[in-house]
Write a protein that binds this ligand. Structure first.
Ligand code: SF4
Length: 361
């Protein structure tokens, strides 16, 4: 793009951002801690969803040392429902690292930011430019869409060569000294005007510079890649209650690491669920009664779609020798709301608590 046109584009975007930016809590004085937490929460998640989580998080953990000092259960409970829990665990690890290596102050050196767990080039660029006003580019999903359309770049946006080109463009087009607003302007435009479908081109401040608008290719650029259909899996879930206690498990690794779940087991296609329930009973767990099977529920994960068949069962008394399987524990029913649970299991918790309230005299 010729320098004079680039300058017009930069000015138009900067002016538009100042006038049209959404009023978001982390934009008040741009504290590095707040910008960091918001960026971590916003990965794969919409602003509208993040707002409540951000507010709760900041009230509970107002500083980086408070995050470092918190236990993992507190961190996961504050994150409960946001998904992609590795982000929360990385924040926890990074806060400890910041306290050990940077006296609890978020580092402003780009290389030091990149050393923190869970921070890749996008997040580091966002923190460096937004919190510290450094001339660092950002390329996220919104920026990719805006840049591809401005350039009318009909290429696979996930391809390495496209990514390289877009990072280069984001670097070359960055107006020195204005990275905070320019980067946010690109992202904000992508989120609120340059939509995936039917972008609001007539409201767009940089429309005169947009090649996709000129060539009427905004519906096909950027190219959409076909997502692989998630693999269906079926699971049986045991909701076992005894003497106001419920059996839970907390996996130490894997997708559900650190989150509480009801015990669950994969069901093979050919395995009738009724046999499965018998199998549970035969696992040396005497005296437990199937009360009812609850309606199934489905939950989509990134790569698979789970159908859960919950079985509500009771046990007359917990014998001292009741065999617990790995990672299982009995928990008082009244403590359930305080535990961080995997999302689908959180729905089952609510069902159990509702039922318990109805059953109580
Ligand atoms: Fe996006 Fe339309 Fe603006 Fe081009 S003119 S950047 S397609 S909103």
């Amino acid at each position: 793009m010729p320098p004079a046109e680039l300058s017009q584009l930069q000015n138009a975007l900067l002016t538009w951002f100042v006038e049209h930016q959404r009023d978001l809590p982390w934009r008040k004085n741009y504290p590095a801690y707040g910008v960091w937490i918001s960026e971590m929460m916003l990965q794969q998640t919409r602003v509208a969803t993040v707002l409540d989580y951000y507010d709760r998080w900041m009230k509970a953990l107002p500083s980086i040392p408070s995050v470092a000092a918190a236990d993992e259960a507190t961190i996961l409970k504050l994150w409960e429902g946001l998904g992609y829990y590795a982000r929360a665990r990385n924040i926890h690890r990074a806060a400890k690292q910041i306290c050990e290596q940077h006296s609890g102050e978020f580092p402003n050196d780009y290389d030091a930011i990149r050393q923190l767990p869970g921070i890749g080039p996008y997040t580091a660029g966002a923190i460096a430019s937004i919190a510290f006003e450094q001339d660092r580019p950002v390329v996220d999903g919104n920026v990719i869409r805006v840049l591809c359309r401005l350039l009318n770049l009909d290429a696979d946006p996930k391809a390495g060569s496209t990514q390289k080109k877009l990072w280069q463009v984001a670097t070359d087009w960055l107006p020195s000294g204005h990275a905070r607003n320019f980067n946010q302007g690109l992202m904000e435009l992508g989120a609120t005007v340059c939509h995936v479908q039917q972008p609001s081109c007539l409201l767009c401040p940089i429309q005169p510079h947009c090649q996709a608008y000129v060539h009427q290719t905004t519906e096909t650029v950027p190219r959409r890649t076909q997502r692989k259909a998630p693999t269906p899996v079926t699971k049986a879930v045991l909701v076992l209650v005894c003497e106001n206690q419920v059996l839970l498990r907390r996996p130490e690794q894997g997708l559900m690491q650190g989150l509480w779940t009801f015990p669950e087991t994969l069901v093979k296609e050919e395995e009738p669920l009724v046999e499965l329930q018998a199998e549970w009973q035969l696992r040396n767990r005497p005296n437990f009664q199937l009360q009812t099977s609850w309606p199934t529920l489905t939950h989509a994960y990134t790569t698979f779609l789970a159908t859960l068949h919950p079985f509500y069962c009771t046990l007359t008394s917990i014998q001292a020798d009741f065999p617990l399987e790995a990672e299982e524990q009995w928990h008082p029913l009244q403590s359930l709301p305080k535990l961080a649970m995997a999302k689908a299991h959180g729905h089952l918790r609510q069902r159990l608590l509702n039922q318990n309230n109805q059953d109580s005299p």
